[in-house]
Structure formats: structure tokens, C-alpha cells
Design a protein around this ligand. Structure first.
Ligand SMILES: C[S@@+](CC[C@H](N)C(=O)[O-])C[C@H]1O[C@@H](n2cnc3c(N)ncnc32)[C@H](O)[C@@H]1O
Length: 294
């Protein structure tokens, strides 16, 4: 939810309070989705935009939502933007390839668990977890057990992710040799090969729901926190800290930051890339000159 599409258009912010409260209650009831956790202005603009797309006045939109069985799903789709790309922010993936993944692979080989657990939270159409799968395929020894979990709120986008078929614009950052090795042209797009697709398990998960988070050595949650209120962001980061292995990594979006006391459980490993290391012992003090996080 960023960029020109989110800039308010004339009249967009005028979604009346009463109608908004009704929309919120209906969405909670129909889809167990609580608008109250999201940033207010941004979410109102999207609801207003959806009402306009239905040719409804704002005040009439709750009735439309109540009476049309497909409208809750359509509104959810309009609220959650699924923009992504393979190797989005290439320098971040470069750090993952050169520094983070080799360390985690080495650590997994040395530990008794002997498994590497990667989690993409808010994975959209799969571009991000598949980018990780491509890197892991190149870097990790074939015998190392690898668990690559990708979760998102939207069942529809997860279906698209499983299919692994992409328009060329999503692949502009894929190095040519990887494109030639792992994709084949299909119609107007590119299909990712089966071997890489089956490395990723896709599952629906709402980050705001109380359902337990999976344990992981590396969590990518990029361009997702930005939708949430600050209090929700803090809660989610706290939950990430609890399931990350000590010394594991959290990667957030380039426009995002860690908030609240939970920041103290992380050190900014590559702060420009928003790559943070979960401190081994979060009561331990950070050596002088080392940033806890930014
Ligand atoms: C802009 S995409 C980010 C995709 C990818 N991480 C990236 O940076 O390219 C944001 C994703 O967050 C998902 N999302 C929004 N709210 C969510 C929630 N409460 N729980 C899980 N995923 C959510 C959306 O469905 C969407 O696919």
C-alpha cells in the first residue's frame, strides 16, 4: 500500500464515520478481518475507492456489503495490495546471499537440529519466497533439510503463488542465468520450474490473529508492517522475536522500522537493508559502538 495509488484523491478521505464503523463490523463478522488494526487514513481511502468502484455512495456501501455475498472478498482484495517482485530490493537479496544465508546454513549444519527454517510472512504472489528458494537451491547442500514456509492473509493470492506463473515485469531483477535455468516461457509469462516451486509450502495465516507463529531462523516480513498501526507493528515484532532462534535474522521492508521496547532484542546487522539479528541473550548489553537497531 504505497506509492501513487495511495495518494488521496479528491473527496476520498470523506468516508463517513458511521458507515466506516458498519463496514468494519461487517468485515469482522463475514471475514474475521479487523480493519481497526490497520492505518486509518490508508484503509479509509481504500474502502472509499471500493465503494466508488461499485458505484455506491459511501453511506450506501455497508448495505451493499451486507447484501452481496461476493463483496466482502472483493473488498478484502482491494484492501490488501499484493505488489511484489522477484529479488525486490536486489541489494537486500545480495546481503542475504553473501552474508545471512551462508551463516545460517553453516549454523544449521553444526547444530543437532540440522535444519534451516525460513519464513516469508506476507508473501503475496510468491515472488519473495521463491527468490529465497532460488538462493537456497544455489547455496545450501542438497542434503540439508530446508523448511521454507510462505504465508499470507489472502487465499486467492496464495493460489496464484502456488501456480508460479508470472508476467515478465515481475522477473526484471532475476539474473539471466537463473531465469534460463529455472523458468520456462509460457504464453505471455514465465513459469517457475516444479523443483523450485515444491521447495515452498504456502499457507494462509493472518499475522494479527492469535494463531501461533512458526519457529524460524530467518523471517522476511517486508512491506507488510507498513499497513498496520504502530501498536500492531510492535506486537507483531514482539511475536517475531519470540519465535526467532537466537542469532536468527529478521528482514523488514526498506520503508519500515522496528518500534517499541522489543527493538532491544535485535541488533541492526545491515541497517540500510533492514536486516536485524535476534540477540542471543536479550538481557545482554550490546558492546559499545554496536547499534542495537535503528
Ligand atoms: C505489498 S505485499 C508484500 C509482498 C512481499 N513481502 C514483498 O515485499 O514484495 C503485502 C502482503 O501482505 C499481506 N497482508 C496484509 N495484511 C496481512 C495480515 N494481516 N496477515 C498476513 N498477511 C497480510 C497482503 O495480502 C499482501 O500480499
Amino acid at each position: 500500500m504505497s506509492g501513487a495509488k495511495d495518494r488521496p484523491e479528491r473527496g476520498e478521505g470523506d468516508f463517513p464515520e458511521e458507515a466506516f464503523a458498519e463496514v468494519r463490523a461487517l468485515l469482522l463478522e463475514r471475514a474475521a478481518f479487523d480493519l481497526g488494526h490497520y492505518k486509518d487514513g490508508c484503509i479509509r481511502r481504500r474502502v472509499a475507492r471500493r465503494a466508488r468502484a461499485c458505484r455506491c455512495a459511501a453511506a450506501a456501501y455497508p448495505a451493499r456489503l451486507r447484501d452481496d455475498p461476493g463483496e466482502a472478498e472483493a473488498l478484502l482484495a482491494a484492501l490488501t495490495i499484493h505488489v511484489s517482485q522477484f529479488f525486490r530490493n536486489p541489494s537486500t537479496f545480495d546481503h542475504l546471499r553473501r552474508r545471512v544465508l551462508p551463516e545460517l546454513i553453516e549454523r544449521a549444519r553444526r547444530t543437532r537440529r540440522g535444519e534451516l527454517r525460513l519464513w516469508c510472512a506476507g508473501c503475496a504472489g510468491g515472488e519473495e519466497p521463491y527468490s529465497l528458494a532460488l538462493l537456497s537451491r544455489e547455496l545450501a547442500p542438497a542434503e540439508l533439510p530446508l523448511s521454507l514456509l510462505a504465508t499470507d492473509l489472502s487465499p486467492a493470492i496464495l493460489e496464484r503463488a502456488r501456480a508460479g506463473l508470472y508476467e515478465p515485469a515481475r522477473l526484471t531483477q532475476v539474473p539471466l542465468e537463473l531465469r534460463e535455468r529455472y523458468f520456462r516461457v509460457e504464453g505471455q509469462g514465465f513459469r517457475l520450474n516444479h523443483e523450485i516451486r515444491r521447495m515452498v509450502r504456502f499457507r494462509r495465516q493472518d499475522l494479527l490473529a492469535p494463531e501461533e507463529y512458526p519457529r524460524a531462523d530467518l523471517i522476511l516480513c517486508r512491506n507488510v508492517l507498513i499497513y498496520f498501526s504502530r501498536a500492531e507493528q510492535e506486537r507483531i515484532i514482539d511475536r517475531f522475536a519470540r519465535v526467532l532462534s537466537p542469532g536468527g535474522f529478521l528482514v523488514i521492508g526498506r520503508a519500515e522500522n522496528l518500534f517499541g521496547p522489543v527493538r532491544n532484542q535485535f541488533r541492526g546487522e545491515f541497517p540500510r537493508e533492514r536486516i536485524y539479528r535476534r540477540l542471543e541473550d536479550h538481557s545482554a548489553s550490546v558492546p559499545q559502538g554496536v547499534e542495537r537497531c535503528v
